[in-house]
Design a protein around this ligand. Structure first.
Ligand SMILES: Cc1cc2nc3c(=O)[nH]c(=O)nc-3n(C[C@H](O)[C@H](O)[C@H](O)COP(=O)(O)OP(=O)(O)OC[C@H]3O[C@@H](n4cnc5c(N)ncnc54)[C@H](O)[C@@H]3O)c2cc1C
Length: 483
């Protein structure tokens, strides 16, 4: 009997280690790793510009890693079902394996694909490669999904799960003849302008880079994570988010690395340092985001809390543009939005600051903010982005209350105490003394002149008066609160 061939359909699991689908395929016989670029199948959320940039480099890296095992990555573009059918026919493969995704459009597509494969007599199997706890395994005592993080995470930690990660296969058996693969450039993932210039200085995609970053974070940064994670002026967090989104790293690998560096974690009662504990809890927020997305799929578009459907959002294309381009006149907001545009990233604290500014100071809808993030973040992730926006706007599960309006000045004092972050991303204010840097409109004329700042010319006047905007937001909230 000839050795059976398995297609491994890769998606957001672009790695070789802790890769259940690949591992199972490798133990069955010959393996054909395949990536199918099918943005039309992502519903309303085809990958944005920054995600496509990352994907290009991640696919390149994965192909290199596979070649070191004597294998390769087959790239195709088109309708998944058609391409799988073609490949099955071309290669004589008798099984297709993949790791599960949890976005609503992906779930629907995957169900259809699985049914079609099984109907053709092809073995079709999916695995858990990207979560510690799959969404349907964690339920409240009333057998409902959780909507509050703390009891959700407690329930997770009390549940038996695998925290150990699987090693990468040592070798992969190739088919006698490789099917055709599309050259990477023909996927047309990179921008046609030079928008991505700074991405190259900031990031290295691919599992080897992800593992290096994880090692460095666990060895150097994690012990101070609880204190430094909110800082914008240096890397106090792991910056693993794009690697996690694309599955270059699994949460099990993260868990295992943190455990190894800090001693075993008995379920619920951890002996970890405070930094490691707070960090793993953030990884828990990612689990919670997937739990919510799975159980409340409409939240990518609609607020979870129904009364917010009637919230009187304002509409203004010019104000939205000023926010997107970092021209609001609030230096901490502008610094963060410019960092996002230049590097595809901003830290969690500034994400909350700019999201609060958009939804409360400007009262523009969180959906517009989520869309912009979707296009510009290298870590754009439907579960985490939806949770982050609904949390900040106050309309989601376990959200910040709507009346909590971030004060940009006070937030900047904490996130960027010396003004280094603002100076880096808003260079037109670079020589303004720190005292005036966060509110340049309060600076005396001679200070502005000495720093070469002309408000309204070299740097914008503030778009709104924060205190008035806050009152207006709270008044709007009062109207919907009890409806
Ligand atoms: C408005 C808004 C939008 C966001 N959009 C995204 C998004 O599209 N993609 C994304 O990955 N994260 C998003 N986040 C969550 C968070 O800001 C990022 O995960 C984090 O800043 C990434 O940096 P890091 O890897 O250094 O995080 P760390 O602090 O080192 O955390 C480790 C990992 O835990 C997860 N994590 C951390 N914080 C959160 C959180 N609050 N919610 C869910 N998961 C979390 C991430 O996977 C992260 O990589 C958003 C937050 C807000 C407020």
């Amino acid at each position: 009997m000839s050795t059976p061939t398995t297609i491994v359909w890769l998606r957001q699991d672009l790695r070789l280690a802790d890769q259940p689908a690949l591992r199972r395929a490798a133990s069955r016989g010959r393996v054909i790793p395949v990536y199918i670029y099918a943005p039309e199948e992502e519903g309303d959320w085809p990958p944005g510009g920054a995600s496509r940039w990352w994907l290009h480099h991640s696919l390149e890296s994965l192909d290199e890693q596979l070649r070191q095992l004597g294998s390769r990555l087959i790239r195709r573009r088109g309708t998944t079902q058609d391409i799988l059918n073609e490949l099955l026919e071309e290669t004589g493969a008798t099984a297709v394996y993949w790791n599960r995704r949890y976005e609503p459009a992906a779930i629907e597509r995957d169900k259809t694909v699985k049914a079609a494969l099984l109907a053709m007599g092809v073995q079709a199997e999916s695995f858990n490669g990207s979560l510690l706890y799959e969404p349907w395994t964690i339920r409240t005592k009333q057998d409902a999904p959780y909507q509050v993080f703390t009891p959700f995470w407690k329930a997770c930690l009390a549940t038996e799960t695998v925290h150990e990660s699987l090693p990468a296969p040592r070798e992969l058996v190739s088919p006698p003849k490789w099917p055709k693969s599309l050259p990477l450039d023909e996927l047309e993932l990179l921008p046609s302008n030079s928008w991505d210039a700074q991405f190259y200085e900031t990031w290295q995609a691919g599992a080897p880079a992800a593992e290096r970053r994880l090692r460095q974070f666990v060895n150097e940064t994690v012990r101070r994570y609880h204190e430094d994670r909110d800082r914008a002026d240096f890397d106090g967090s792991s910056r693993l988010s794009p690697h996690l989104h694309f599955g270059e790293l699994s949460p099990r690998q993260i868990w295992a690395a943190v455990e190894k560096s800090s001693g075993k974690v008995p379920a619920g009662k951890s002996k970890l340092g405070q930094g490691a504990e707070v960090f793993l809890k953030e990884v828990g927020w990612r689990e919670f985001a997937y739990h919510l997305l799975y159980h409340f799929p409409s939240t990518t578009k609609e607020p979870l809390r129904e009364q917010f459907r009637r919230f009187p959002w304002r509409r203004s294309a010019t104000e939205l543009w000023s926010w997107q381009r970092g021209q609001t006149g609030f230096p901490i907001v502008d610094a963060a939005m410019r960092q996002l545009w230049a590097t595809g990233y901003m830290p969690n604290r500034t994400r909350m600051i700019v999201a609060s500014f958009l939804t409360k100071d400007l009262r523009l809808s969180w959906q517009q903010g989520a869309r912009w993030f979707w296009d510009t973040l290298v870590d754009a992730d439907l579960a985490n982005n939806t949770l982050g926006w609904q949390w900040t706007a106050g309309c989601g599960a376990d959200a910040a209350p709507y009346f909590r309006v971030f004060n940009p000045t006070m937030q900047a004092e904490k996130a960027d105490p010396h003004g280094d972050y603002i100076r880096r991303w808003v260079p037109e204010l670079a020589t303004l003394p720190t005292k005036w840097l966060r509110e340049p409109w309060t600076a005396p004329a001679e200070e502005l002149a000495a720093a070469g700042v002309k408000l309204g010319e070299t740097y914008p006047q503030p778009m709104v008066d924060h205190h008035e905007a806050r009152d207006a937001a709270l008044a709007a909230y009062e109207r919907v609160k009890n409806s």
